[in-house]
Design a protein around this ligand. Sequence first.
Ligand code: ATP
Length: 584
Amino acid sequence: MIKGRLLKNRSLNTFLKYSIRHKTLLITTVLLSFLASGLSALPAWLIKYLVDDVLISKNVKMLVIVISGLIVSTILKGVASYFTDVKSAFVTETIKREIKIDVFKHLQNLPISYYKKNKLGDIMARLSGDASSLGKIGFLIFDVLKEVTTAIVLLVRLFQVNWLLSIISLTALPAVMNLIKKYTKKIRKAGRKRQDIAGELIAYTQEGLSGINIVKAFSAEEKAIKNYNTLNMKEFDASMRSKKIRAKVSPINEVITTLMVSLVAGYGCYLVVVKNTMSPGDLISFVTALGLLQSPIKNMIKRNNELQEMLPSADRVLEILDADTEIDHHGIKEEMSGNISEVKFEHVKFYYDDKSEAAVKDFNLFVKPGEVVALVGKSGSGKTTLVNLIPRFYETSEGTIKVNGIDIKNYSLKEYRKNIGIVPQETFLFSGTIASNIAYGREKSTMEEIVEAAKMANAYDFIMEFEKGFDTEVGERGAMISGGQKQRIAIARALIQDPEIMILDEATSALDTESERLVQDALDKLMEGRTTFVIAHRLSTIINADKIVVMEKGEIKEIGCHNELLEQGGIYKKLYETQFGETA
Ligand SMILES: Nc1ncnc2c1ncn2[C@@H]1O[C@H](COP(=O)(O)OP(=O)(O)OP(=O)(O)O)[C@@H](O)[C@H]1O
């Protein structure tokens, strides 16, 4: 019954699905494990000959046979065990590796909205710790298999000696099975809780360390430690709860089995001494087999408990695979051919979720190739949401965005996105060299192209000032490089990609005048000849834009160039006066 339920479990099924890919190796491992288990039950047979033939009948020849048998079988068992362990480790590790890469691939194809809803630390916990649990299921299955085989061989010996005595000895088995059933559910539930809390703890750690400068700036170290400790204690409690449940099972099982062995020893002695229907060798062989049976049963229970605890953790990995990936294209796939001729928004509407108010409402705009569109508006007016719709980070809820007259949902996502360059407000650099960060924009860029892009982005001079030049490691999260320098590397990365559509989110944080001038100049070069959507914060960008789109509550309120909008004397004029009054 337990086995039936196990097979219905998703993690186990997934593990088996992956296992089938390695069936030859799997069959070899299982056969080796059968051999090792069979040989470990052999003493139950040999002991009969040792007692009846060697000790009672004083047959010395038999002593040699028994001892040789014992030595040879132990060596064989050792060899078989070694190969079983190595092969099962290989299968398990291979499956773990395959599952992890599949989960990572899936993560790469999940929409941005998934990452907004789920904490990064929790995703990482699922990919590392929980994926390992899924892999460990393999070890447990092999172990359980080994124990089951040993148990079967020993049961054969028991029934061979005396069937009635065997049935008496096995009466305790239903009680043991019942015990397992009762605790299985409890252990699984406690395991899931522990795993969820562990995920929370990792997420908190990741968040706390990523924002360490904010923690320090607010002198919030004590608070961070306190929060960490609260979660740490919660994990400790959950872990202890699950360990306590597990710890109960083995002693109860041991008491039951000892009672059973005592009963057998009593009745067996009666058969040997009073009834004379059994040889002493058979009784000792029987008791040996029964004693040897304890270990596989105990291990089966232990492994089952571990399995129950691990399954929820493994399920957490599979939950990632449940999340819907981005849709490559809707309807018939359209090819992206030729240059971008136009971008058109037709009655575009977007809701983050069904219940919320639309973040973009009935947005209509026609953009000619090479035009620069500056989006302005108060915080929360929907500028970021709108630009996120262009690379299909989010899909429009209603209406269409057309590029070259075709709904962008019909283009193959990867092909379409290759035409779009993005320079976000906060620059993200990957750990690696400056050169590799610039080359990230286009695969197989040559060093000349990297240098050229760096020069255009006004990054060349500062890069060459570093001792290792383009080979300078930017450090994790680009820690060694200043804000303005990072921005220029990001601009070089976009330039090397040479996209036709550019999305810029201008940084609001002020740079020093010189750095600001260099960044602005690099941005101007980046925008040149490209259809650009810019969430504008700099006055010069706004004034030079072909179209300024003034947004409020997701809607276009005003549209036109700088002078036209000033003349209108509406929202833009007010915004301009409040934000740029002094500069202007
Ligand atoms: N991931 C999200 N889930 C739900 N609502 C969101 C999400 N992101 C933004 N919103 C909501 O959508 C609306 C528009 O936000 P958006 O970030 O697009 O504005 P914005 O003009 O770019 O603001 P800012 O200038 O401050 O960046 C806001 O009401 C915001 O609360």
